[in-house]
Design a protein around this ligand. Structure first.
Ligand code: NAD
Length: 266
């Protein structure tokens, strides 16, 4: 499978390049970067710390889609929405790891998925996708006597908060309880907040260092507490998941899929 990487000079982009080069059955189709990036014209493999391949970083995503079977996108929401439209127009599969997508971006992805295969997941690791399932299950068993709080910590460069994974965990908890996260979520607390609202799902965001991604879902009852935790030690787990998703797209019908579909966890 020929896999193209948009945003190939980013932290995840470089990781993806290295993983593709190390995975049987995958071929690197090329990579792009944002218009004006000083990485344009450099060797895609070399900037990822691998041996030069003779493929240069471009700024023409359309050209990359044309030579790829599947494109992997860990960039920015606006870019991802444009890439989804290209994937639909050209009939290429798209793997979306970008987080911070708003309702408009998600609606663009959903429209594009009528014509092509799109896999979108805020977290591509096997462990986190298991955690999503467990969170939904535990929230379904416990009543709202157990307050749900979701705590996440990421490296200092992360630009969105709470993390896409924390929000996905919130959604899983809300689904387990049969409530709508938009109505039950408490994203920020500051100053005189008053007591906790029963049934709310709270979020807390920590940033610092080079942490790849820590997430804990806390179910706090009277006299006992259950905590489900996942810690990513290395970003390679996300890249491996994305490549697994790329390989999985072969032969799938158009649609918007999750990592739980790819891993067969649903
Ligand atoms: P990063 O800033 O290091 O990399 C993003 C890259 O995209 C940059 O090199 C940037 O120049 C490039 N880019 C921006 N616009 C572009 C465009 N129009 N065309 C091509 N390239 C473009 O960030 P990162 O740490 O690699 O994370 C990227 C995204 O992936 C974030 O949203 C992050 O939250 C998400 N992420 C998701 C997972 C997951 O498992 N789903 C895991 C890690 C990170």
């Amino acid at each position: 499978m020929k896999i193209g990487i948009v945003g190939c000079a980013g932290r995840m982009g470089q990781m993806l390049v290295r993983e593709i080069l190390a995975t049987d059955g995958c071929e690197l189709a090329g990579g792009t970067e944002a218009l004006g990036s000083d990485m344009i014209g450099r060797d895609v493999a070399e900037i990822a710390g691998a041996e030069a391949l003779g493929l240069t970083v471009g700024d023409d995503a359309q050209a990359l889609f044309q030579v790829s079977d599947t494109v992997v996108d860990f960039t920015l929401p606006v870019a991802t929405a444009r890439h989804a439209e290209m994937a639909a127009d050209l009939g290429r599969a798209l793997i979306v790891g970008t987080t911070g997508l708003d309702a408009d971006h998600l609606s663009t992805l959903s429209t594009a998925s009528e014509k092509t295969v799109i896999v979108q997941a805020a977290n591509m690791s096997v462990g986190v996708n298991l955690l999503l399932g467990l969170t939904e299950q535990v929230a379904g068993i416990l009543s709202d006597d157990y307050d749900i709080e979701i705590v996440e910590m990421h490296h200092r460069h992360k630009v969105d908060a709470p993390s896409g994974t924390a929000l996905a965990l919130g959604k899983a908890a809300a689904a387990g309880r049969g409530v709508d996260l938009d109505k039950a979520s408490q994203r920020v607390r500051d100053g005189h907040t008053g007591p906790r609202v029963t049934g709310n799902i709270g979020f807390a965001t920590l940033r610092g260092g080079d942490i790849a991604g820590d997430h804990t879902v806390i179910f706090a009852g009277d006299g006992e507490r259950i905590e489900l935790t996942h810690k990513a030690g290395d970003r390679a787990v996300f890249a491996r998941g994305a490549i697994r998703a790329a390989l999985w797209t072969q032969g799938q019908a158009p649609g918007l899929y999750s990592m739980r579909d790819v891993l067969g966890l649903d």
